[in-house]
Design a protein around this ligand. Structure first.
Ligand SMILES: [Zn+2]
Length: 182
């Protein structure tokens, strides 16, 4: 088995961690939108953080041991696509509690940015930044998990060592899933 040490994983830029409990603590919004920008292909994105309510909701939707573990890892800002002035991740999708959406959001908010995109990342998929969690959820990118196709991700690697983040977070108050708004 070919194990890659986590210290050799390529990253494109230092990712900024933050405490979601401090993000819009009195809001029912799922995401805090920070700044819109366009990439080299003129695709529009918005850089976001999970809000306090959003992060609590994500914990409530995390049922498996690995989902709970990943949830406890530090959060990083991530980017989502904007089409027709609308961000492509909707609370209505999150409220379906579909495991592929939960894994995708856990990966997007806790994962590591890769320098190159997955071959399956297209205009219609919501996450920028080529983010994944090596050794977790097949190492698949957030976009392949969103479309429930983690096994097909071209960034995935079943045999790599699991990236495990330190500095586990606090356990928040119970779910606010039902009260979320866009
Ligand atoms: Zn992928």
């Amino acid at each position: 088995m070919d194990l890659q040490p986590a210290c050799q994983l390529p990253t494109v830029a230092a990712q900024r961690s933050y405490d979601p409990a401090s993000v819009l603590p009195d809001s029912n919004k799922f995401l805090n939108h920070l700044v819109k920008f366009r990439d080299n292909n003129n695709r529009e994105y918005v850089r976001v953080q999970l809000t306090a309510a959003g992060n609590e909701a994500l914990r409530a939707l995390s049922h498996t041991p690995i989902q709970r573990e990943v949830w406890s890892w530090p959060c990083y800002e991530f980017t989502i696509r904007v089409t027709n002035n609308e961000p492509c991740v909707k609370v209505a999708q999150i409220k379906t509690a579909h495991p592929s959406y939960v894994n995708a959001l856990l990966t997007a908010s806790r994962g590591i940015q890769m320098p190159n995109p997955c071959e399956h990342s297209t205009n219609s998929l919501p996450f920028g930044g080529n983010v994944r969690l090596p050794g977790t959820f097949n190492g698949a990118c957030a976009n392949c998990q969103w479309r429930d196709n983690a096994s097909q991700c071209t960034l995935g690697n079943r045999h790599e060592r699991q990236y495990i983040s330190l500095n586990a977070g606090e356990i928040p108050e119970p779910s606010r899933v039902e009260t979320l708004v866009d």
